[in-house]
Design a protein around this ligand. Structure first.
Ligand code: ZN
Length: 180
């Protein structure tokens, strides 16, 4: 099955306590994200790339403004130069990664059938990615030990709705072994 990994918004502003929109505990998933990215056949790394006055800032505090350190990805989540062809950085200004018009045609072109999804935030941008991929007919697996929620109740609700919609929950090792 043609598999694409989705590394959602693993950016400094979300992952570290000093970040502009820190997701408590998120730094713990960095090693798992790094491992998944390294072993991905192809990884689409979505990144918030905001201007100073983006509409999203009416909902959330300032974060991931283009050309700030907080907007960048930790080095561990980036592939080495020699592997860079396996990583697509997909910028977005909205919560839903499908708001970038490049994504849907890219998935078509790749013939993607299976998506392995992880990153932050479980009940927000990971949720948009997971449901958007389900809607496009892919088999979708969310890696429960490589995501972080802001609100655990909202995350549990997301899991049950996602499974009811045909999605799968998996772990990093099962996803890498292709046996989720
Ligand atoms: Zn954002």
């Amino acid at each position: 099955m043609k598999t694409v990994f989705f590394d959602i918004d693993t950016q400094i502003d979300f992952l570290y306590p000093a970040g502009a929109l820190y997701v408590p505990g998120a730094e713990r998933i960095i090693p798992a994200v790094a491992e998944l990215n390294r072993h991905a056949p192809l990884v689409i790394s979505t990144v918030c790339a905001h201007s100073e006055d983006d509409p999203e800032f009416k909902l959330y505090p300032h974060h991931c403004v283009v050309s700030t350190t907080g907007q960048s990805k930790p080095a561990a989540t980036l592939l080495e130069k020699s592997d860079a062809a396996r990583q697509v950085i997909l910028e977005k200004q909205e919560l839903d990664c499908f708001s970038n018009p490049r994504l849907a045609p890219l998935l078509e072109e790749l013939g993607a059938e299976r998506a392995v999804v992880y990153g932050v935030v479980t009940e927000i941008c990971v949720r948009f990615a997971a449901f958007g991929l389900l809607k496009r007919g892919l088999r979708v697996e969310v890696v429960t030990d490589a995501i972080q929620a802001l609100d655990d109740d909202a995350a549990r609700k997301m899991f049950s709705e996602f499974q009811a919609a045909g999605g799968h929950l998996t772990t990093m090792s099962a996803a890498l072994a292709g046996r989720s």
